[in-house]
Ligand binder design. Structure first.
Ligand SMILES: Nc1nc2c(ncn2[C@@H]2O[C@H](COP(=O)(O)OP(=O)(O)OP(=O)(O)O)[C@@H](O)[C@H]2O)c(=O)[nH]1
Ligand SMILES: [Mg+2]
Length: 536
């Protein structure tokens, strides 16, 4: 019998979130570097270098230097098994980020020291709050001149409404970063040299209270640090695990992911302060990770990660019990038993086979097209974890293949991307098979759609952008949708599962239609359905 309790205890599964460009992918890389999972880190926008960040594997991400999709990676560090989820910051891909947060037990929120709390960080922070997951703060890019750290604390507290507890403190914040002071050990960690973060950095540890500090650090810094320490000891919030777990307190760290400064001390303390997987809510109540029944859910589907194989992977977050290769599980989507062969774990695009996995782990399953987002897999009974809702898209385009001979590949590509959750498809009733409307949360997703159809399916897309900005699912309706009193710019359509929706150009129309049709309820999100009627 495997030591399930012991394996759960050493698991840490978390997502890195923030506004675009704060350094999530860079920090992910550096954590992998310290976990020994890579020997030399690639740089996201390395100038002449041929190496790219390990987690930004998609061609389009390499070209633009942004993340357009989340990625999951695993590494070991000092006895811990760490599953890390790098998420895209751009709001156009926030649907992916939201889904990924469902699979995480905690989040690390990155803040660019010069920019402070930015718009997208606020949104993502709120999602973490809603989900009740603990949030850690890493203030990044300390190698550059930034805001005063005390001002950053006030900004986080007032803008996000969360208390922060600095675990370490920066020395030199005007682009002259020297190192960090560790409040727990009262030691100063000073950094020297480095090779722009490709390899681990050398650090010198000195006691903050003794005479060695004066020898190692210029007098001005020593004096400033002593003042800061005094202020912190009076003003700062103390660490409190209950408050962290309740989402009321965020432990705060400072560093420079780009240079590896402060990365390892962050990792060490983060792993020690955060908790292993907790019980999760399913239809029959809370399921403990140590429950002997295996269970987990699918939160991400991604095709063509490796252009040479053209495979499709479903990402499973394990919630309870022991996963074993070739095990037979009940699949909530297909409503039947199925055997899980060839499970994989990830180092970005490289993956290796796994024989066993435990709660907190994220594994990839080869998917012949069986899985849908939100599906539960379990043994010992039919279990369902809470579904992952469909979010209302805000941009719509009518799409067709430029070359009508490519219709088959076109349908295949669109079906795939809609199952991944990247786009949603709609059709107007009675308009015929040729017309297809795709809806996305952000316009960059349309670019990704065009790009991926071309590269992965060999289809050039004809795209005609439509004026709609809102879609609402029809709940209760007083009469047939075709007979509702609509505004001249509102059109009825069907979603992928054949459910009635209305497409609106503005909020004003939504209001008017609601007023003119008593008893009509419109919904902003919908449950995911298993059926793909339109595409077949
Ligand atoms: N000066 C400095 N630059 C950094 C640091 N960390 C990351 N960067 C740079 O900031 C830019 C953005 O880094 P990424 O890691 O791609 O940021 P991201 O948060 O993953 O961005 P998205 O995924 O697109 O939201 C890159 O050019 C990095 O080289 C740092 O500590 N200091
Ligand atoms: Mg990124």
């Amino acid at each position: 019998m495997r030591d399930l309790a012991g394996e759960v205890k050493r698991r840490r599964t978390f997502a890195i979130i923030s506004h675009p460009d704060a350094g999530k992918t860079t920090l992910t890389e550096k954590l992998l570097l310290y976990g020994g999972a890579i020997r030399q880190a690639g740089s996201v926008k390395a100038r002449r270098a041929a190496r790219h960040a390990t987690s930004d594997w998609m061609e389009i991400e390499k070209q633009r230097g942004i993340s357009v999709t989340s990625s999951a990676m695993v590494f070991d560090y000092e006895g811990y098994r760490v599953n890390i989820l790098d998420t895209p910051g751009h709001q156009d891909f926030s649907e992916d980020t939201y889904r990924t947060l469902v699979a995480a037990d905690g989040a690390v929120m990155l803040i660019d020291c010069a920019r402070g709390v930015e718009a997208q960080t606020i949104k993502l922070f709120k999602v973490c709050r809603m989900r009740g997951i603990p949030i850690f703060t890493f203030v990044n890019k300390l190698d550059r001149a930034g805001k005063d750290p005390f001002d950053l604390i006030s900004e986080i507290e007032s803008v996000l409404g969360i208390s922060v507890c600095p675990i370490n403190w920066p020395i030199g914040t005007h682009g002259d970063f020297q190192g960090v002071y560790h409040r727990d050990t009262r030691q100063v960690e000073l950094y020297r040299g480095g090779d722009h973060g490709q390899r681990k950095v050398d650090a010198l540890l000195v006691a903050a209270d003794g005479p060695e500090l004066e020898a190692a650090l210029a007098a001005g810094y020593v004096e400033k640090l002593r003042e800061d320490i005094e202020l912190l000891d009076i003003a700062g919030d103390a660490f409190d695990l209950d408050k962290l777990l309740a989402g009321e307190l965020s432990p705060m760290f400072f560093g420079s992911a780009g240079n590896n400064f402060g990365v390892e001390p962050f990792l060490k303390r983060f792993l020690a302060l955060t908790t292993p997987p907790q019980p999760r809510r399913a239809d029959e109540g809370l399921i403990d990770p140590e429950d002997s029944r295996f269970s987990g859910f699918i939160f991400k589907i991604q095709a063509n990660m490796n252009p040479a194989h053209r495979d499709r992977l479903a990402f499973l977050r394990i919630c309870s019990g022991v996963f074993e290769r070739n095990m037979t599980v009940w699949h909530s989507g297909g409503q039947k038993q199925l055997r899980l062969t060839q499970p994989q774990q990830f180092m970005a695009q490289e993956h290796e086979g796994v024989d066993t996995a435990f709660p907190g782990d994220i594994i990839g399953l080869f998917d012949p097209g069986l899985f849908r987002l939100g599906d539960t897999l379990s043994t010992g009974g039919q279990l369902r974890y809470e579904g992952i809702p469909l979010f209302a898209p805000e941009f719509f385009s009518r799409v067709s293949p430029l070359d009508s001979m490519k219709r088959k590949q076109f349908v295949k590509g669109i079906a795939q991307l809609s199952q991944e959750g990247a786009v949603q498809t709609f059709k107007r009733p009675g308009v015929g098979r040729e017309e297809l409307i795709v809806g996305v949360v952000g316009v960059l997703q349309l670019e990704v759609l065009e790009y991926r159809l071309k590269v992965e399916y060999g289809v050039e897309l004809r795209r005609e952008d439509l004026p709609y900005r809102y879609v609402r699912w029809v709940g209760e309706a007083p009469r047939e949708v075709g007979k509702l009193r609509l505004t001249s710019t509102t059109v009825p359509a069907l979603d992928r599962s054949g459910r009635d929706v209305l497409l609106f150009e503005n909020e004003w129309s939504i209001r008017l239609v609601t007023e003119n049709n008593e008893g009509l309820t419109l919904m902003e999100t919908a449950d995911r359905m298993e059926a793909d009627e339109m595409m077949e």
